[in-house]
Design a protein around this ligand. Sequence first.
Ligand code: FES
Length: 353
Amino acid sequence: MSESNTQVVDLDDPNLTTFDIVREGARRDGIEIVHYEPQYPAGSKGEKRMVRIVSFFFLLTGLASTAFVVAYIWWPWEYEMGANASKLYTPILGLTLGLALIGVGLGILTWGKKLLPHEIAIQDRHDGPSDPVERKITGETLKFIGSELSVARRPALKLSLLGLLPLGAAAAAPLIGGLIKDPHHPDILFKTGFAGATKENPIKLVRDDYTPIRPEEVSTGGQITVFPGIPGGVSNKYADSPTLLIHLREGDAEALRANLYEMNQGSPWQSYVAYSKICTHAGCPASLYEQQTNRLLCPCHQSQFLITDNAKPIFGPATRSLPMLPITVDKDGHFAATGDYKVPVGPAFWEKS
Ligand code: FES
């Protein structure tokens, strides 16, 4: 239907429909509704078909995001490399999350395009606040819009909207899932692969091929990336453990010893020091070692850490020193850690409140 109305409407007329009041309110506010046309009569076959289609998309979203959460938490991940490992882990996450997002997108688009009425309104602009009568009319207008969007008279749609709840759970799955997934490692955010190391039972520092390192294998001014010498220590399961082992020149090692924080006392071994490689700003690998200035650079946002002063940040957005790993040389003559980092590695989320 196409409608136009220029007569003043008596708002006390009991025969007025909500739409009449809305149109009158719009007219008094300088807005002329010149065309208003529901796409389908209420309860018609066409409307029911569209409701079914929208419901299908929302239910698809619900199923796919539930599958995402279940797969994220309980599907064996490839990093474990055990008998139950599955190479399908990542594709399944992508497929289920993709379906969920496509479902919610198509559902909203179809709802807006096929179930909301066509309307053309022309508005004159005006200044100043509305008077009380107009505010009342606006209230009715909002109610009317609410009824157009309402799912109360479309129970199937209402039910299908429940499908959006698991989508919210899918957003939280990466954080919660990581914690549930490894029940033997409940302090996953606070401990690294060096967590089991003690002075009596140190954990060797190893290369990415699990070979141990002797002091003479790191030249003066040189550095090497090391990992915990434990099963899976080089895998993504211990992605928080990469460490930079640096051989300082004797003068620089002296400067470091003079500057050591109390918690770092005893952590270097002779002129060797080991720092977490995980940038304390946003977690990139901070591994560009500038030997002449003793700075460690993070390529992501250019934070710089001073190696001879506890790797404290001296430039860029990082605000926290890189944690230092306590090291020694074990009875086999290999580098080893005598404990875990004294503070959590990586971005300082736990310090924020
Ligand atoms: S992640 Fe290193 S500076 Fe931002």
